[in-house]
Design a protein around this ligand. Structure first.
Ligand SMILES: Nc1ncnc2c1ncn2[C@@H]1O[C@H](COP(=O)(O)OP(=O)(O)OP(=O)(O)O)[C@@H](O)[C@H]1O
Length: 734
């Protein structure tokens, strides 16, 4: 099977083609989209309605076309932007590339994107695709989103926690902007304006200064999806108008199994080979639930290939999931080598918005991995659950984007009928600390009274407020504390990680904490192939620290750095990549994850390399890539002192105890642990280096329920440190 790394792949996606026939083809394709027939009407509706809901079939052209129509119609005059939010970064990036190509402009110029850790925009950007989380962060700096004339919230049916909070926030911003539009500049630039914003729950980060232009046009809001219950959104926005774009571009035939499948992974495998042997050429997109499952199917396909007749072994598999570094995700969008059929193994990251060229077949087992959070116990569980009808529709929609397609649902039609119409909004099943911290930073103090589209439970809100208070982010009046709360809100991380970074500068170990947080932000950096478990265990021992997983992870990271630095100073980028790959393989380290951690921590190198490559191919060399948002830059900008504790890891462990005190556990006589904050009985996960050692007192990173209550990423601490370093919590417990 050809590997994606030594790629026979041609880079085409996202580059500007000078090829006239390609431009012509794109032009014709655009004209043939169902949405093209109603361009004028849609623009009129946007002019006449401050809030508009657009429902249209998958592939009808909403995401790529509407922003271009609005640009053409003058919504970007005076330098204003049309912002389009997506629940996922891969959609924001790939759609922006497509739209730049369609518009015949360089990506990052008139059309750009901005996602966490990667900003491809410049001063002349007018159509900006971004994740919904990123727009929320922008609101911290610019609470009235004054640069935007229109915000399009795409794929709203997904109801991610960010989409829901964003909708609430946008409602406030709209009110504030409509009112300020009626104010005169002179009056609006003083106290009046600030009061008005506060009254609407949106507080200026910094009040307007004399002479600053306060008058803003009303903010237009468009909510879009293919499978959205327009009524709920319309009611929330005071009876906003909904329009339906009729028609889909290409038909997709949907097939169901006759009987329920007991093993969907096996069924997916069989279906892949059936399609390959029996159906016409065309690539296959398979939806699976996570990295592990994807890697296992990759292995199964590889094992099975030699059993196929020689002429039929032309399959190449490509994984795509959220924690995969961007440059590797992009491989899914590249064409397969000539004569090969590409099989993309994806999580629901590829479910909405994206167009993966070449896909003709979709295999949908009808399941998804979902998080669930129990605010009473503080336990997050990950379980595999059936998708909703809306998700099934989105998945099948991926097959009909370039021509007619087929979708194979690995469940019966009766099961489909029983599926829920839409997914339970994430806001009702997640820990809210992060979101509450952001709302507080936006000046929204009354969280319980906030106008959520669907209110999270009171218990979930109270629990998160309490957690933020204990971390020092909120005062006793539950207001954002200064400087800790403010600093925490600025970091694009979970509050507990942000706290750890801030504290580590006082413990002289910010260098080490930066590495730990980066590695913990990605999928596991260890790689244990099924057939080499013993070898992998021995290899990991070389890095393992008797003090626990955090120091072990730092050891891996630093060892790789040392290896790359030793004798490699003048190596080319390619050579460094190659060396790193070799080192990872020898040490049973997951190269993908480690590279990603290095991106998050410091370099942004693989992202940059990817962009530079596409830039070179597009024949231009002035692409502006800003990777400002790396965590390291954030903490530097906050004035935190980046120092290393060197060999003295005691300081680092004390810092972990001071930051993760809410995640401390004590060993019980039977060898299990009691989590001190929730009193839940938990066990150290078998992948931890402390699984056998079982120290008396530990802190952990996360508590996840699978078949047991497992704690992951564990470090040994002295129980006395808890009362010393977190007296506000542990003195209270006595
Ligand atoms: N990267 C791409 N390569 C090739 N064709 C593309 C690409 N992106 C979009 N298209 C074409 O444009 C059409 C419209 O895509 P668009 O994303 O605008 O649809 P949509 O209505 O937003 O769909 P969805 O609801 O599924 O996101 C696709 O069906 C496809 O034909």
């Amino acid at each position: 099977m050809p590997s994606m790394a030594n790629s026979h792949y041609k880079q085409t996606n996202g580059t500007i083609s000078n090829n006239d026939s390609r431009r012509q083809k794109i032009l014709e394709q655009r004209k043939s989209l169902p949405i093209a027939a109603v361009e004028k009407r849609l623009v009129e509706e946007v002019r006449n309605n401050h809030t508009l809901i657009i429902v249209g079939e998958t592939g009808s052209g909403k995401t790529t076309q509407l922003p271009q129509y609005l640009f053409k119609a003058g919504f970007c005059h005076d330098g204003k932007l049309v912002g389009v939010t997506q629940p996922r970064r891969v959609a924001a990036v790939t759609v922006a590339k497509r739209v730049a190509e369609e518009s015949g402009v360089q990506l990052g110029q008139r059309v750009g994107y901005s996602v966490r850790f990667d900003d491809m925009t410049c001063g002349s950007t007018r159509i900006k695709y971004m994740t919904d989380g990123l727009l929320l962060r922008e609101a911290l700096l610019d609470p009235r989103l004054s640069r935007y004339s229109v915000i399009v919230v795409d794929e709203a049916h997904e109801r991610t926690v960010h989409t829901d909070v964003l909708l609430g926030l946008l409602k406030n911003v709209q009110k504030a902007r409509s009112q300020s539009a009626n104010e005169s500049v002179g009056r609006a630039n003083s106290n009046n304006d600030t009061n008005l914003e506060k009254a609407n729950g949106v507080q200026m980060a910094s009040p307007l200064k004399q002479g600053q232009v306060a008058k803003l046009p009303p903010l237009r809001l468009i909510i879009m999806s293919a499978s959205l219950d327009a009524r709920i959104f319309s009611e929330y926005f005071g009876g906003a108008k909904a329009v339906h774009v009729q028609g889909r571009q290409f038909p997709v035939d949907v097939f169901y199994t006759l009987h329920a499948e007991t093993d969907y992974v096996e069924a997916a495998m069989v279906t892949i080979f059936q399609i390959h042997l029996e159906e016409a050429p065309g690539d296959i997109l398979v939806f699976l639930t996570g990295q592990e499952e994807i890697e296992s199917v990759e292995g199964l396909v590889r094992d099975k290939l030699p059993q196929l007749p020689e002429g039929n072994r032309n399959i190449v598999t490509v994984p795509i999931y959220a924690s995969l570094p961007s440059e590797q995700q992009m491989k899914a969008f590249m064409p397969a080598p000539d004569g090969f059929r590409k099989v993309i193994l994806a999580t629901n990251i590829a479910e909405t918005s994206v167009t993966i060229p070449g896909i003709k077949y979709v295999v949908d087992p009808g399941v998804v991995k979902a998080r669930n959070y129990n605010p009473r116990t503080g336990i997050e569980s990950l379980s595999i659950i059936p998708t909703s009808k809306a998700q099934a529709l989105q998945r099948s929609g991926r097959a009909g984007r370039e021509g007619p397609g087929k979708c194979f649902r690995l469940y019966t039609e009766r099961e489909f009928e029983k599926l829920a119409d839409s997914t339970v909004p994430e806001i009702k099943r997640c820990n809210l600390s992060n979101v509450i911290l952001q709302l507080k930073a936006l000046g929204i103090d009354d969280i319980i009274g906030f106008d959520f589209m669907e209110k999270p439970s009171r218990m979930a809100i109270v629990k998160s407020l309490e957690e933020l208070f204990l971390l020092g982010a909120l005062t006793e009046e539950y207001k954002l504390s200064d400087p800790i709360g403010n600093q925490m809100a600025k970091l694009p991380l979970d509050p507990i990680y942000s706290k750890a970074l801030i504290l580590s500068s006082q413990f002289n170990c910010l260098e080490e904490m930066l590495i730990a947080v980066s590695v913990l932000s990605v999928e596991s950096i260890f790689f244990t192939p099924r057939e080499k478990q013993e070898e992998a265990r021995t290899a990991i021992k070389r890095f393992s620290s008797p003090e626990g997983d955090h120091i072990t992870l730092i050891n891996v990271y630093k060892s790789c750095d040392e290896f790359l630095e030793s004798g490699n100073a003048n190596s080319s980028k390619e050579k460094t990549f190659k060396n790193m790959k070799k080192w990872c393989k020898e040490n049973f380290v997951n190269g993908r994850s480690l590279r990603h951690a290095r991106d998050v921590h410091r370099y942004g190198s693989s992202l940059k390399a990817y962009c530079e490559r596409t830039d070179a191919l597009s024949g231009s060399n002035n692409l502006k890539i800003i990777c400002l948002s790396q965590i390291r830059d954030h903490v530097k900008q906050m004035g935190l002192r980046i120092a290393s504790c060197g060999e003295d890891m005691l300081l680092f462990r004390r810092c972990l105890a001071a930051s993760f005190f809410l995640n401390a556990a004590l060993k019980q006589p039977d060898g299990t642990y009691r989590a001190l904050a929730s009193s839940q009985m938990v066990q150290i996960h078998p992948t931890s280096v402390l699984f056998r050692a079982k120290p008396d007192c530990i802190i952990f990173n996360e508590l996840v329920r699978t078949n047991q209550n497992y704690i992951r990423d564990v470090t040994r601490i002295d129980p006395m440190w808890l009362t010393e370093l977190a007296p506000h919590f542990y003195a209270r417990q006595d």
